[in-house]
Design a protein around this ligand. Structure first.
Ligand code: GLA
Length: 703
């Protein structure tokens, strides 16, 4: 029988996370599994006698928040140096308080005035548990925080777990890796000041048996856009745990008397529905609980970058805007090159007013033209950066991250402003606020085009190594204030493509520019990795000229239609036939948009994706063939997510049939090299498909 006191069960729709104090007073995980009928059904908190002088209980127990102290050699969540030099924390339970959706547990050091409050919140419909920690210095002297994770998660002991994670680099982000964990610690992290193109603070653990549709999966993500660390550890006692939080690399935080420090939130969940279900839970959660307006579909945008690069002016943009409007584009975004002194990537960053040569009358004439064409207007900015060749740098060379005795390393000819400084935040707030107040701008692409170097902060009020956290806090503060002042603006997070994609930035940004790589074939893999974590609505995807002449336009559209559709090519060069086809797919996307952006997504193997509206009545299937092996064979695709008893028709297949029948059989689709197809799925009402399928391309009129 589990003890009835100091034992907590966080229940979600399908799962339960049980933890409590064991007899020895350790706060330990008891189980994390499917929900059971009665509280007595869950195992009690585990005990550990420790059986040799080398094997103390602290090494063996699944502690919820282990601190570095005593004989704890595994990855701790907390490491502190007290003012007297003691580097040893011994936390014991103090009190607990339940909240409407969770519980908070207070721990205290047995000798030092240090308090740790562990917060747990259940997000019921999504089967997710949110955890974060608050550290409070109740003593008269400062202490130094040297590591502070958000949570440690434990999976049932025994199996060899497989860790799925995302890896890549600039122009090639979000590649999925799945690998077995063996004894020791697997570290994934960012040391780059941003989330990074290289790894993402997301994980999936499975016991080696899971598939896309079945099997136990434990998964989670950290809501943080700076340096982070994930430590997946297999102990020599056949247990597996995973810690997630701020990176302790080059990190220190001076916590003065009476001060507290709050970690970002880590979210984790459990499902028996395989990787697909894990992704869908995250997607719904991100849409409904993280994103500010996650249930509003995004407009189809045109972005000028690949067409005009830095050569933007009234004429070049107006010409593109006219064609974009004809095609059915809803939002015209002018990218880099519009602001003071910006003729290439050598100058201008920091001076956020229109370049007087390119826009002698400001942005108004262009915005008015775009609005007259029936489109909204959006703009690119890169607020965190400064070129040495700018008015801002000449006035405030000390505002950048740097060590005064070192020459700053430039990346793309630019330095990083120290966003931890209030004066830098105030400058940027004033500049961007003015831009948004004076102009009818409803979309901002917020870029960040380099990684950190020389992370010095000369006048830091605390330890200069606080920069890693204070920078991100400054960024969040600035963005949040801009959002508050300009609620009409939709924000896109870009960092040279997908360098800043995480649940932290999605509280501020409505969507993400996934990669600078716009080649359709490369995009298929990048988007598949991205979909592990993020819903299609935040996945901005442009059709560009990258594959023009090599990959059919339909294929390129289908790839981009799997996310939030946009265009980025030089439309002036597109032939009438290409424009007509583009208009066709744009119209079709508008019709399917709610299903794709707000529906449930199913990955049907490497070459097919299905989206179903929330009511299960209508959906769409995309299938791709990149390379045809000889002898040719058809794609065989099994649909998912249909209502078993409803009757559906599927575009291009003889029907109607029940959802059960469609899901039990394989759709046979013949595609040649670099061909793709889009098939609509619709419930049949009174003998007719509820929606008429889109008209074939051959019946299109030319634009
Ligand atoms: C980054 C972005 C691009 C574009 C350029 C402009 O590379 O990812 O989309 O905005 O900056 O300089």
């Amino acid at each position: 029988m589990p003890p009835q006191t100091n034992f907590w069960i966080l229940e979600t729709a399908n799962t339960a996370y049980a933890f409590g104090l064991n007899q020895a007073g350790f706060l330990v995980n008891a189980s994390w599994s499917l929900r059971l009928p009665n509280s007595q059904d869950y195992p009690p908190p585990p005990e550990s006698p420790g059986w040799a002088s080398f094997n103390n209980p602290a090494q063996v127990l699944p502690e919820e928040f282990p601190a570095y102290g005593g004989m704890c050699y595994q990855e701790p969540c907390l490491k502190v140096t007290f003012a007297d030099g003691v580097r040893d924390v011994v936390l014991r339970f103090d009190s607990a308080a339940t909240t409407s959706d969770g519980v908070t547990i207070t721990l205290r050091d047995i000798d030092y005035p240090l308090r740790v409050i562990l917060h747990y919140r259940a997000h019921g419909p999504y089967d997710l548990i949110e955890r974060w920690a608050v550290i409070i210095n109740d003593g008269p002297t400062p202490l130094m925080l040297e590591r502070i994770f958000s949570a440690q998660w434990h999976v049932p002991p025994g199996p060899t777990y497989h860790l799925s994670h995302l890896t890549g680099r600039w122009n090639d982000e979000f590649h999925l890796i799945r690998e077995p964990l063996t004894n020791g610690v697997k570290i994934l992290e960012s040391r780059r000041l941003t989330t990074s193109h290289h790894h993402n603070p997301w994980f999936c653990l499975d016991d080696g048996q899971a598939s896309e549709t079945d099997g136990q999966v434990w998964f989670g993500a950290l809501a943080w856009s700076g340096n982070w660390k994930l430590a997946a550890e297999v102990t020599n006692f056949a247990t597996t745990r995973l810690s997630l939080g701020l990176n302790d690399w080059d990190f220190a935080w001076k916590l003065n008397s009476g001060e507290e420090f709050t970690t970002p939130s880590a979210f984790a969940g459990y499902t028996t529905g395989g990787y697909g279900a894990a992704s869908r839970k995250l997607h719904a959660f991100i849409r409904e609980r993280i994103l500010p307006h996650g249930t509003t579909p995004h407009k189809i945008l045109y972005n000028s970058w690949e067409a005009t690069l830095f050569d933007v002016n009234m004429e070049s943009q107006a010409r593109l805007a006219e064609i974009a409007a004809d095609l059915g584009i809803e939002l015209f975004v002018m990218d880099d090159g519009w602001f003071h002194g910006r003729h290439n990537d050598q100058a201008g960053l920091g001076d956020w007013w229109p370049d007087p040569i390119k826009f002698p009358h400001g942005l108004q004439p262009l915005i008015q033209r775009v609005n007259a064409l029936g489109m909204d207007f959006g703009l690119w900015i890169e607020p965190e950066m400064v070129n040495p060749n700018s008015e801002l740098y000449r006035a405030h060379p000390d505002w950048i991250l740097h060590f005064p005795t070192r020459q700053p390393t430039l990346g793309r000819n630019q330095c990083i402003l120290n966003l931890a400084r209030p004066d830098v935040q105030e400058y940027l707030l004033a500049q961007i606020d003015r831009l948004l107040t004076e102009n009818n701008i409803t979309f901002i692409k917020w870029d960040m085009n380099r990684n950190v170097s020389e992370p010095g902060w000369a006048d830091a009020p605390g330890d200069p190594r606080e920069i890693w956290v204070r920078y991100v806090q400054g960024l969040y503060h600035l963005w949040d204030e801009l959002r508050r002042r300009h609620p009409q603006v939709v924000w896109q997070s870009c960092s040279g493509g997908g360098g800043r994609a995480d649940l932290g930035i999605l509280r501020l940004a409505d969507q993400i520019w996934v990669s600078d790589n716009t080649q359709a074939i490369a995009r298929l893999a990048i988007q598949a990795g991205f979909s592990r974590v993020f819903p299609a609505s935040v996945m901005e995807a442009w059709v560009t000229d990258a594959d023009r002449g090599r990959i059919p336009l339909a294929f390129r559209f289908h790839v981009s239609m799997c996310g939030s559709l946009g265009l980025g090519g030089d439309l002036l060069k597109w032939t009438p036939a290409e424009r007509a086809e583009a208009a066709h797919w744009i119209a079709r996307y508008k019709d399917l948009r709610p299903l794709i952006q707000l529906g449930n997504q199913y990955r049907l193997g490497p070459a097919a994706l299905q989206y179903m509206g929330q009511d299960g009545q209508r959906g769409v299937l995309f299938a791709f063939r990149t390379c045809l092996a000889e002898p040719a064979s058809p794609l065989r695709i099994k649909l998912q997510g249909l209502q078993p008893k409803l009757i559906y028709e599927i575009e291009g297949f003889p029907g109607p049939r029940s959802g059960s029948a469609w899901m039990a059989s394989e759709l046979e689709i013949w595609l040649g090299n670099f061909e793709s197809t889009l098939r609509e799925i619709a419930v049949v009402v009174g003998g007719c498909p509820k929606s008429k399928f889109g008209q074939p391309l051959s019946r299109l009129k030319k634009v």
